[in-house]
Design a protein around this ligand. Structure first.
Ligand code: ZN
Length: 354
């Protein structure tokens, strides 16, 4: 318990907020029969309104906050997408909304007005939008809208779940920026209720997958432990079992067996074994990519200064420390061409390391 409290205190003191007047956040929108209840905080003040679902689409704009809801059913999430298109991927945004916009604009994925500019191509956000930073809600609504624009253009956006999404949905708020605890107080609700299954963003997050295969790459937040090869589960089964056990309080019984394994430290949202001590061997990585029938596994979660390739390109790490708010990179894959997009939109080559 001592360790937990120390860590909590550390994360709190790390992110001071000056006063309530500096807080604007939201909107948090919840379905209530045939109405949407809309609440938000504007310069420290609680605000609320409601709109009829019959009047959708609904555009929200107040106090520098925006949201756009066209319909209440989140887009269908498949596990595999195949086609002649480019894939761009970035990861571990951790509330760094402004840096994310800069990266996406400079790399021409969005235009100067932050609208989809990537045509029929696909963008993967490889988990960990939540925690640490103080513009998480802005990123969520931005991605929510960008996904609709991408689909309308014949492209797509895939947000896969990271450990921080799963932590927040399970009411583990250890890394939450202090601003959000104050938001929840001002809205007079436990923070976790702001992302309940009845909320627009909560339902949208629950619709998201653990992983996505796009052409010959599979994207997952932490990585796949080599032991998964012997367990004989394919990507579809791993995703389904993980998703069916996403929010422990919403289950009839606690997670057991393989579901419990998938949600623990060797599981796909927490694993670090491609980069850190007790690294997987080259033979184990060969078995993994053969088992899943892909050319490479693209992961976030373990931070680097740039996009890092390991095991001759069979593993690519794309957590480029955006969480620090200073810089970051985007991975691009176009058939057999793979490159890094720099923060100023420069094209950079990838260095292959064992
Ligand atoms: Zn992570």
């Amino acid at each position: 318990i001592g360790g937990l409290i120390t860590q909590y205190a550390f994360s709190q003191s790390n992110f001071p907020i000056e006063s309530d007047v500096s807080i604007s956040d939201g909107p948090y929108i919840t379905q209530n029969n045939d109405m949407l209840d809309v609440t938000w905080v504007c310069k420290g003040q609680y605000k609320a309104s409601s709109v009829s679902i019959a009047s959708l689409p609904y555009s929200f704009s107040d106090c520098g906050l925006t949201a756009q809801i066209d319909n209440l059913i989140p887009p269908l999430q498949k596990v595999t997408y195949v086609g002649e298109f480019k894939v761009a991927a970035l990861s571990d945004l951790h509330g760094q909304y402004d840096l994310m916009l800069k990266l996406l604009k400079n790399n021409k994925i969005i235009d100067s007005k932050s609208n989809w500019n990537f045509g029929k191509n696909h963008l993967v956000i490889n988990g960990d939008v939540f925690d640490r930073g103080d513009k998480v809600t802005e990123i969520l609504w931005f991605l929510y809208t960008l996904e609709q624009q991408a689909i309308a253009a014949g492209g797509d956006l895939h947000l896969v779940l990271g450990n921080h999404e799963v932590m927040v949905l399970n009411n583990n708020l250890k890394y939450l920026h202090q601003k959000y605890l104050r938001t929840a107080e001002l809205l007079d609700k436990p923070f976790v209720d702001l992302f309940s299954s009845h909320s627009i963003l909560g339902a949208w997050l629950r619709s998201k997958n653990l992983l996505v295969q796009v052409n010959d790459s599979v994207f997952v937040h932490g990585g796949f432990h080599p032991a998964l090869v012997d367990m004989k589960f394919n990507l579809l089964a791993i995703n389904s079992i993980f998703k069916e056990n996403l929010v422990e309080d919403e289950l009839e019984a606690p997670r057991v067996g393989f579901a419990k394994y998938l949600h623990k430290s060797d599981g796909p949202i927490w694993y670090r074994g491609y980069f850190k001590r007790l690294r997987a061997t080259a033979a184990e990585i060969d078995s993994l990519v053969a088992h899943f029938n892909v050319k490479r596994i693209v992961v976030g979660h373990t931070s680097h200064n740039k996009v890092e390739s390991r095991y001759g390109g069979k593993v690519i790490g794309i957590d480029t420390s955006i969480k620090r708010g200073l810089s970051g990179e985007i991975l691009f894959i176009d058939g057999s061409n793979i490159w890094r997009g720099g923060v100023n939109g420069e094209t950079l080559s990838i260095e292959y390391k064992p």
